[in-house]
Design a protein around this ligand. Structure first.
Ligand code: NZQ
Ligand code: ZN
Length: 385
């Protein structure tokens, strides 16, 4: 196992009727900005509950953070906070609203052009405003981590930043608030959490016994929960388990002390920025092709994954690896998510376009071995056609 430091200061408040706890979680004298996506939180009553819990505090709203939150939109919130001298942020929504809030929190006190936060991937963040979140979509883990992904529409750049300053102070996870999610978003959440786990597990052996077993537990839970949550959309326990799995998949725990990949995400971000494909769908396109192309470097872990997650024990090594990759793609397809570029009407021009963008963004040495160069990325994308 590698040396590591693990730090996660986010308080989780989990369960039904927990939004009322905002009254104790947000400072009594806070001047609050609630940040929101489109209409969902207003329509399903979540926003009204949040406002009621905040009581007599001064509360402003910033609406319209879009899926794949944009720098262009978020700078409007930065301006509002500076003008109204607000001092506490509350994200109410999915990963996009939370990621957007993290960027705003870091941008307000930032000295200089805030896009530099993304260019340096967060290394130059020295401070951030305090904030909490009310999660409405289990998927990204953003509610309990220090990462954020922001898009600059003008240049089709979707870049991530990380900073310990942008851990949420608290996150409220009330599974009943996810009951209004459309099927498409539930499926996206299952697949995103699955790929987060894979990015931290399916690399090369590092004797992280706890990390491996924990990751396998998350994968097995998602394989069990995924189809059931689609078939039983009103089942509270399924929603609760999905929500907790998705948080655990990317709160730093399973990735501590082990190698991490993340190349599937980096290729996926370019696909979203260029073609506006949902984040999870880009991962479902890239992952099976990537495992296939990179099977030598990942051989030992692929065999472990085949046996412990898919119970595949018969056949040659390569046959077991083939079967595990096929099972992975079939799982995504069973969630209603297609796994080939051609399913999204993309052909070879898209391969060239994504490789060009990867080069422009310096994504030329990706993966746990930093061996996913532009040539390997091209092979992966070509295999995904
Ligand atoms: O905008 P509204 O109207 O709220 O609707 C949203 C949005 O259209 C809707 N929704 C959310 N909660 C709902 C609901 N609809 C009905 N009922 C509810 N309870 O769902 C749609 C998608 O929301 P979004 O926040 O975009 O989805 P998700 O949580 O999947 O977030 C995706 C973003 O997170 C980034 C992705 O790149 C993408 O930009 N990621 C962030 C990560 C992180 N910070 O650690 C890691 C991930 O890998 C990922 O990259
Ligand atoms: Zn993701």
């Amino acid at each position: 196992m590698f040396n590591f430091e693990f730090y996660n200061p986010t308080k989780i408040v989990f369960g039904t009727d927990t939004i009322a706890k905002l009254d104790q979680l947000v400072p009594a004298d806070a001047r609050v900005l609630i940040l929101l996506g489109g209409e969902s939180a207003r329509k399903n009553g979540t926003l009204a509950e949040v406002r009621a819990a905040l009581g007599a505090r001064e509360v402003h709203e910033f609406n319209g953070i879009e899926p794949n939150p944009s720098y262009e939109t978020l700078m409007g919130a930065v301006e509002l906070i500076r003008k109204e001298k607000l001092d506490y942020l509350l994200a109410v929504g999915g990963g996009s609203v939370i990621d957007g809030t993290k960027f705003v929190a870091a941008a307000v006190p930032f000295d200089g052009e805030p896009w530099d936060i993304l260019i340096t991937h967060g290394r130059n963040v020295k401070a951030a405003m305090p904030f909490g979140t009310v999660l409405t979509l289990p998927a990204t883990g953003s509610e309990m981590n220090e990462g954020s992904v922001i898009t600059r529409k003008a240049t089709h750049s979707k870049l991530a930043f990380m900073s310990a300053h942008v851990f949420p102070q608290f996150s409220i996870l009330d599974p009943t608030k996810t009951l209004t999610l459309p099927t498409r978003q539930i499926a996206n959440g299952v697949v995103d959490a699955y790929v987060h786990t894979i990015e931290q597990y399916l690399t090369y052996p590092a004797n992280g016994m706890v990390q491996d077993r924990f990751a396998e537990g998350l994968l097995l839970s998602l394989i069990e929960i995924g189809p059931k949550v689609l078939a039983n959309p009103n089942d509270y326990d399924l929603r609760a388990n999905l929500m907790w799995v998705a948080t655990q998949a990317l709160n730093g725990l399973i990735g501590a002390g082990v190698p991490q990949d993340w190349s599937t995400h980096m290729l996926g971000h370019e696909l979203t920025a260029l073609y506006d494909i949902d984040h999870a769908r880009t991962l479902a396109i890239v992952l099976p092709a990537s495992l296939n192309v990179r099977r030598e470097g990942k051989r030992a872990k692929l065999l472990q994954y085949a046996e412990r997650v898919w119970n595949i024990t018969e056949g040659t090594d390569d046959a077991r690896i083939d079967a595990a990759i096929a099972k992975t793609a079939a799982f995504f397809e069973a969630m209603g998510i297609q796994t080939r570029l051609s399913d999204y009407d993309l052909a070879t021009e898209a391969v060239d376009a994504v490789v060009n963008q990867l080069e422009k963004h310096g994504m030329t040495q990706l993966g746990e071995g930093q061996d996913v160069d532009l040539n390997v990325s091209r092979q992966i994308l070509t295999a995904a056609l």
